[in-house]
Ligand binder design. Structure first.
Ligand code: FMN
Length: 505
């Protein structure tokens, strides 16, 4: 570079820095800049890129939350069909890790399997004779995450991937979008805003739901009571985001805040809920269930008591753990409201067991269950299926930047920005989702075979133990106060599984 140009560049940079320094000294917002003009900006820069620095450079393999590097690596490599093995042996400190799960293998395991065929051990809606009862082809499915929280292209990738994997795709509470219409079976979720099935005043409109179910491959309806990451709170999609396709899909006015209230208008007690369930099941013929996080126990005792007394009831229960994800929630709700999955699910399952109802309900779990060991524990506690949310996001390209609430997702998964979502190519990411779901099912089957049984539904709480940090270990059955034989499918369901799993792959 000629010396004269270099000189001018240096003068320009010098003047710029003097300008920044002058501004920093007189501005009143940031104390650090008033004391340390110019170099004080480094602090903001480091704060901004700190999460990425820690994620890739500083933290160890199993340090981060919600998902550590080992977990993310397992999802990414499974999704890309790359080698997902880990070499040299465990890097977990088994003797100093309290609550460490141990799966007790059988001395005489079943033959090795490479199959990923994992149908649900129960028929959804059979116990109450729903017209459109069905056996879910996959015991691993995609959890509800609305179009609105996720980009249209992410929803499309999930839907296409779910279709290829033969699992269902839950719409989330934001209604059924064209992005959900790429071949997968759909579970339609009804949230407190009744989006997609409401009238102009925001009341639930049954005829809209019936029309919607008739026009799409809706296989079941899920009434959302609450979500683990923000129970009892509801939510809001800000006016700025209520544009484009969203107002028509949700049935809300454009350019106004779109509110999900904390509770439902259609019912305010268990009898009202059960009446609502029957109304929907009768009109649509579909199995109808609820999704809820676990807080006060009275609700579950009332629900099981009324179900046992009346013979009416929900066809499925999705229990969402407090460690579950969300597009946006206040920190205190995400951290402190509602029980974590294992504790909450076991309490709910025990309520149903004590009322003698577990064979009449399909239990679904969610809350970081998209890993073989976590899913297996859920099955051992009585889950018949698991739903994966953020793990599915990771499979389609999420990097855990944790910016879902800002709309500035760097990978186009959780944003409504056309520019950012352009990065995500649905056809490519759909295959990743399929591979991930297939690998999770395969490893679940391999674990079951290692335990000497053909299906994870046959793995019991006695197959699992939890280590403490004093060389002690307690069975999961004992820890969660399960009686021997609990959480096993009925004789009829066991016979059906034996038949299904014996089919050639
Ligand atoms: C971006 C995002 C949006 C979500 N939207 C919904 C929703 O509309 N309805 C719902 O019931 N749960 C919603 N959830 C919660 C998930 O369905 C799931 O229950 C929770 O994240 C736990 O599963 P995971 O640990 O596999 O993510 C959302 C989660 C995320 C991360």
């Amino acid at each position: 570079m000629p010396a004269v140009i270099l000189e001018r560049v240096l003068v320009a940079v010098g003047l710029f820095l003097v300008g920044v320094a002058a501004y920093d000294l007189v501005q009143r917002k940031h104390a650090i800049l008033r004391t340390f003009p110019v170099i004080g900006h480094l602090r903001f820069l480091v704060e901004a890129v700190g999460p990425e620095l820690r994620q890739y450079i500083v933290t160890s393999n199993d340090e981060e939350l919600p998902f550590n590097r080992d977990q993310r690596r397992w999802i990414y490599s499974s999704a890309k069909r790359q080698d997902n093995h880990f070499g040299f042996g465990t890097d977990k400190d088994l003797e100093r890790s309290p609550n460490f799960l141990i799966i007790k293998h059988a001395a005489f395991p079943l033959a090795a399997t490479t199959s990923d065929r994992l149908p649900c051990a129960k028929v959804l809606g059979a116990a109450r004779g729903r017209r459109l009862a069905f056996r879910p082809a996959s015991a691993v499915n995609i959890s509800g995450m609305s179009f609105g929280a996720l980009s249209g292209r992410a929803v499309e990738a999930l839907n296409r991937g779910a279709a290829l994997a033969g699992c269902w795709h839950n719409t989330g509470e934001g209604g059924l979008a064209p992005h959900h219409a790429h071949g997968a079976d759909v579970i339609f979720q009804i949230g407190t805003g009744y989006f997609g099935c409401r009238d102009a005043a925001g009341n639930f409109e049954l005829s809209r739901l019936v029309d919607l179910a008739a026009a799409h491959p809706v296989r079941a309806v899920e009434i959302k009571l609450s979500q683990g990451a923000k129970p009892g709170l509801g939510g809001v999609l800000l006016a700025a985001k209520v544009r484009g396709e969203i107002p028509a899909i949700r049935g809300v006015p454009a350019g106004k805040d779109c509110i999900s209230p904390p509770g439902h208008r259609e019912f305010s007690d268990v009898d009202g809920l059960l009446e609502f369930v029957e109304r929907i099941a009768e009109a649509t013929g579909l199995p109808v269930g609820i999704k809820s996080a676990v807080g006060e126990p009275a609700f579950w005792h009332d629900l099981t008591a009324r179900m046992a007394a009346t013979g009416t009831g929900v066809d499925f229960v999705t229990v969402d753990g407090g460690e579950g994800g969300t597009g946006a929630a206040p920190l205190v709700f995400a951290d402190h409201v509602s029980l974590p999955f294992k504790v909450g699910f076991a309490r709910v399952w025990r309520s149903f067991a004590e009322a003698g109802l577990t064979d009449r309900v399909v239990f679904i779990g969610s809350g970081k269950l998209g890993f073989p060991e976590n899913a297996l524990l859920a099955f051992a506690l009585g889950a018949d299926a698991v739903s994966v949310g953020r793990e599915a996001m990771l499979a389609v390209g999420c990097i855990q930047a944790q910016r879902c609430h800002t709309g500035r997702c760097p990978t186009g998964v959780a944003t409504q920005s056309a520019w950012r979502s352009r990065a995500l190519v649905p056809e490519v990411k759909a295959l990743r989702l399929t591979n991930y779901v297939s690998e999770l099912r395969r490893e679940l089957l391999q674990l079951s075979h290692a335990c000497g049984v053909a299906h994870p539904a046959l793995v019991t709480a006695e197959h699992l133990e939890v280590l403490d940090s004093r060389f002690g270990a307690t069975s999961v059955g004992q820890l969660f106060a399960y009686e021997p034989g609990w959480a096993m499918p009925s004789d009829a369901d066991q016979a059906a599984i034996a038949g299904l799993m014996a089919l050639p792959v």
